[in-house]
Design a protein around this ligand. Structure first.
Ligand code: ADP
Ligand code: ASP
Ligand code: MG
Length: 440
């Protein structure tokens, strides 16, 4: 059995959704198809939620009506028969009525999650109506019946596996299953989600849970590229990379994959393929245990980084000092991305300011702290890059004009990370494209 995940742009236009239907029916292998919301929908739902949170019901109502209009046009172009259109209208009414009803309810975080879930619920239901209209046998598996996260918001493959197996067992004779990416239930049983871009994570978790032959991530580009195509003009796809390399790139900002989406596939040894819905014959990227080749493969940028420097005269090499500092971050469940130390100071970076004030307060007894916001981590990722000749020379040689705030080298054999001011991001990615890959 395999998993095929289609992102927002892959289902964002009626014709694209029809092409997805032909892609999932071209072979006979049983499969679970994971769909995102139509492109733009989750952003629109975020805006509706924000309007409600601000108590601006009129704006929220206008936003809901405009989204409803968009879906009305979508189904008219997607479906042909009266009966399919009738069913699709019932689905739209159900979900847009829900959105209209919440206008009257006071806003809460749980309600926000309910609003955000509407996108994937709509896309999967409309896709199933289209499959039915085209006479394709299939089953809709509600993600809210099997995709769960624990009290720490972590998904557990074991639990998902048991629940999913029960659902599949009930449909033993079926071959094509459709489900929602992104959405899940939390430990309180409420609707929740796997964070923005989370459908990749859903797909990888499902692939791990069913021990899939492959987890295919279908998107709008022909695989992982050597640099961020939104920032740099000329980029090229990478044919093969290891789970470790892909995990570093996903975590350090390559938007094509959700930051956490590699570990389930890696743990359960499921190959991942990144493929292009707009160009299904393109090779894409194969991600397995094998790196394929040695050397630098790609660079990525992670935005919104905060650097914290803790300076202490009494400190650093005294044993136990770093543990005490780390404990503060652990207490506030804030992951540290980069760290460097000197005799008198330690600097580390985090990607969320949610608990920044509490963290700074608790760091006070350890010395003076300085905070730099608006930083960016630039990661150079590849296989055994520390053994690659001239890598440091090439790397720093291509960015001599850019001030680097911090460097992390040797933490893993696959990554060199630099910290710099966010304002240098575009320039540094462009210069690295030329200096490391000879691309302009
Ligand atoms: P989907 O909606 O299918 O999940 P995303 O927009 O989340 O698609 O991810 C695909 C996008 O990721 C591409 O269109 C591209 O702009 C962006 N991207 C950023 N970095 C990379 C990279 N290194 N390789 C490929 N795509 C990247
Ligand atoms: N629809 C969700 C989002 O836009 C999840 C996803 O697309 O992966 O973030
Ligand atoms: Mg995505």
């Amino acid at each position: 059995m395999k998993v095929m995940k289609f992102g927002g742009t892959s289902v964002g236009k009626p014709q694209r959704m029809q092409e997805v239907a032909s892609l999932v029916t071209r072979d006979d292998e049983p499969k679970i198809v994971v769909l995102s919301a139509l492109s733009g929908t989750t952003n629109a739902l975020v805006e509706i939620s924000e309007s409600l949170a601000n108590g601006d019901r009129n704006t929220a109502k206008q936003q809901i009506d405009s989204l409803h209009g968009h879906y009305q046009n979508f189904i008219t172009a997607l479906l042909k028969t009266e009966s399919a259109l009738h069913k699709a209208n019932i689905v739209l009414n159900e979900h847009f009525e829900f959105l209209t009803i919440i206008l009257k309810i006071s806003f809460s975080e749980a309600l926000n999650k309910d609003i955000l879930a509407q996108g994937e619920l709509l896309s999967t239901k409309l896709f199933c109506i289209y499959l039915e209209e085209s006479g394709t046998d299939h089953v809709l598996l509600p993600a809210l019946d099997f995709m769960t996260i624990d009290v720490h918001d972590e998904p557990q493959v074991g639990t998902i596996k048991v629940k999913l197996a029960q659902l599949l067992q009930k449909n033993k004779d079926k071959k094509l299953f459709i489900t929602q990416g992104y959405i899940c239930r939390n430990a309180r049983g409420e609707v929740d989600n796997l964070k923005r871009g989370g459908s990749d994570y859903s797909a990888s978790l499902i692939a791990a849970a069913i021990n899939a032959s492959v987890c295919e991530i279908w998107t709008d580009i022909d695989g992982m590229h050597n640099n961020d195509p939104r920032v740099v003009k000329k980029t090229v796809p990478i044919e093969q990379m290891s789970f470790d390399e892909a995990a570093e790139l996903a975590y350090f900002g390559a938007k094509i994959l959700h930051p956490a989406s590699i570990w389930p596939a890696q743990t359960y040894k499921i190959p991942v393929r990144l493929l292009n819905t707009m160009e299904p014959t393109a090779k894409g990227t194969l991600i397995t245990e094998e790196a394929g080749s040695v050397g630098v493969k790609a660079v990525a940028a992670k935005d919104n980084i905060i650097a914290i420097r803790i300076k202490s005269s009494r400190m650093l090499l005294a044993y136990g000092f770093l543990r005490k500092i780390f404990e503060v971050f652990e207490k506030y469940r804030t992951p540290i991305d980069m760290i460097t130390t000197s005799e008198v100071a330690v600097t580390l970076t985090i990607d969320s300011d949610l608990h920044l004030n509490d963290i700074l307060k608790e760091l006070e007894p350890f010395g003076t702290t300085e905070v730099d916001k608006n930083q960016v981590i630039i990661s150079v990722v590849g296989n055994e890059i520390s053994q690659t000749e001239d890598i440091i020379k090439k790397l720093f040689g291509s960015i001599v004009n850019i001030p680097v705030r911090m460097v992390s080298y040797g933490g893993s054999p696959h990554n060199i990370s630099l910290l710099t001011d966010a304002g240098h991001k575009v320039q540094i990615l462009q210069q690295l494209n030329k200096g490391m890959f000879g691309l302009e």
